[in-house]
Design a protein around this ligand. Structure first.
Ligand SMILES: *Cc1c(COP(=O)(O)O)cnc(C)c1O
Length: 384
C-alpha cells in the first residue's frame, strides 16, 4: 500500500462473499426461472412458502413483495381502520408505523427496553391506556424483533390477550430467531418478515412473507395479495387489496439461500461471541435475553458519554463502515410527529438514538477482518 493512502474499506454486509460461497446453484436456479417463463406465481413460490412453513413451524405462509406489504397485508386482514390504534415501538424502522397510517389508523408510540432495544411491556400498558384516553380503539400491537432478537413475548402476549389486542410480530430483521425455542415467525397472531437483500435471509431484490395460524386468515391474505380477488373467480373482487406478489425469481433465490441459512446463523453466533469477548470492556455490547436466539441482523454497540461522531469518523478513516440504526425515534420524524406517544414518553428510545452505532456484520466475516474491525473500534473509542 502506498504510504499515506487509507486502508482498503471493507463492506458493511458482504453479499458477494455469500454469492461466491453459494456457488453456481443459485445462479442456475435463477436461470431456470428465466427460461421457464413462469415469472409470476411460478412453482418456486409455492415451494418456498411450504419450505418457510416447515422451517418456522407456522402453519400457513403467504409470500409477498416486501416486508412493508407483509405488515400491511396482516393489518388489512384484520380490517384495521380509522379510529383504531396500533401500538408500535418508537425505536424501529419507519415501515412498522407507516402501514398503520396507510390504513388511516393511528400509530401510538411505545418505548423500548434499554438492555435489548425491544418493546418495553410497561410502556405498552401505558400506551394502551393513552390510546383509550384519546378515544381510540386499541386493536393491535406490533412488537419488533429489533436487530435480530425476539421482543419480550413472555410479557407482551399475556398483556395483549388481556387487553383484547392482536399481536403482529414484525420479524423483518429476525427471520430464524427463536423465543423459548419457538421461531419468532410462528409467534403472535401473525408475523411479517422481509427478504430485503441485507436482512438475515435476503433475496436479490424485494421480498417478504406473512405467517398465520388459520385457514380463514390464509384465504383472506391470498385474496388481498392479488387485488382482493375471489379465490375461485378471479374476475370477482370481494375486497380492496393490492398487487403484493413475490417474484418467482426471488423465490428461487430464497430457496437456494434457505439451504445454507442454518450454517449462516451458526456463523453469526460465533462472530457475535467473538465480538462480545473483544469489545465488552470498552463498549456496551448487545445482550441476548435468556431463552432468545438472535440472528444478529445488526451488531449494535453503545458508548454512553463518548463522542459518537468522533468514533465513527475515525472508523471511516480506517476503512470500517458503520451505520446508525436509528438516529431518531419515529416520534421525532416529521411524518409521525403528530402521532400519540405512550404516557411517560419514550425516553429510552430518545437516548438510544444518540448512543448506538452498528459495526460490519455478516456470516462470511473472517477472523482476520473481525480482528481488524475490533482493533479499529477499540482505538477509536480510546481516542474519543
Ligand atoms: C426492513 C424492515 C421492514 C420493511 O421491510 P421491506 O422489505 O424493506 O419493506 C419492516 N420492519 C422492520 C423492523 C424492518 O427492519
Amino acid at each position: 500500500m502506498p504510504e499515506g493512502s487509507p486502508p482498503a474499506p471493507i463492506p458493511f454486509i458482504d453479499l458477494d462473499a455469500q454469492r461466491r460461497a453459494l456457488g453456481p446453484a443459485l445462479e442456475e436456479a435463477v436461470l431456470r426461472v428465466v427460461r421457464s417463463g413462469r415469472y409470476i406465481l411460478g412453482p418456486e413460490v409455492a415451494e418456498l412458502e411450504a419450505a418457510l412453513a416447515r422451517y418456522t413451524g407456522a402453519p400457513y405462509v403467504v409470500s409477498c413483495a416486501n416486508g412493508t406489504d407483509a405488515l400491511a397485508l396482516a393489518l388489512m386482514a384484520w380490517e384495521i381502520k380509522p379510529g383504531d390504534a396500533v401500538l408500535v415501538p418508537a425505536f424501529t424502522f419507519a415501515a412498522t408505523a407507516e402501514v398503520v397510517a396507510w390504513l388511516g389508523a393511528t400509530p401510538v408510540f411505545v418505548d423500548v427496553r434499554e438492555d435489548t432495544f425491544t418493546m418495553d411491556p410497561e410502556s405498552l400498558a401505558r400506551g394502551i391506556a393513552t390510546a383509550r384516553r384519546l378515544g381510540l380503539v386499541p386493536r393491535a400491537v406490533i412488537p419488533v424483533d429489533l436487530f435480530g432478537q425476539a421482543a419480550d413475548y413472555a410479557a407482551i402476549l399475556p398483556l395483549a390477550a388481556a387487553e383484547g389486542l392482536k399481536v403482529l410480530v414484525d420479524c423483518a430483521q429476525a427471520f430464524g430467531a427463536t423465543w423459548q425455542g419457538r421461531q419468532v415467525a410462528a409467534t403472535g397472531d401473525m408475523a411479517a418478515t422481509s427478504f430485503f437483500p441485507a436482512k438475515p435471509l435476503g433475496c436479490y431484490g424485494d421480498g417478504g412473507a406473512v405467517f398465520c395460524h388459520d385457514r380463514e386468515t390464509l384465504e383472506t391474505l391470498l385474496s388481498l395479495r392479488v387485488h382482493g380477488q375471489h379465490l375461485e373467480d378471479k374476475y370477482e373482487n370481494v375486497r380492496i387489496g393490492m398487487n403484493g406478489r413475490l417474484d418467482t425469481i426471488q423465490a428461487a433465490v430464497l430457496l437456494a439461500k434457505l439451504a445454507v441459512f442454518d450454517a449462516e446463523c451458526a456463523a453469526r453466533d460465533r462472530i457475535a461471541a467473538r465480538y462480545a469477548a473483544a469489545l465488552a470492556d470498552v463498549a456496551i455490547v448487545p445482550r441476548v435475553a435468556p431463552g432468545n436466539r438472535s440472528v444478529w441482523a445488526q451488531y449494535t454497540l453503545r458508548v454512553p458519554g463518548r463522542d459518537r461522531e468522533a468514533i465513527l469518523t475515525r472508523l471511516r478513516a480506517e476503512g470500517i463502515p458503520t451505520a446508525i440504526y436509528y438516529p431518531k425515534p419515529l416520534n421525532r420524524q416529521r411524518a409521525y410527529a403528530h402521532c400519540p406517544v405512550a404516557e411517560g414518553g419514550v425516553p429510552v428510545s430518545e437516548r438510544l438514538s444518540g448512543e448506538v452505532f452498528s459495526i460490519p456484520f455478516h456470516p462470511y466475516l473472517d477472523e482476520a477482518t473481525q480482528d481488524r474491525i475490533v482493533a479499529a473500534v477499540r482505538a477509536a473509542i480510546a481516542a474519543a
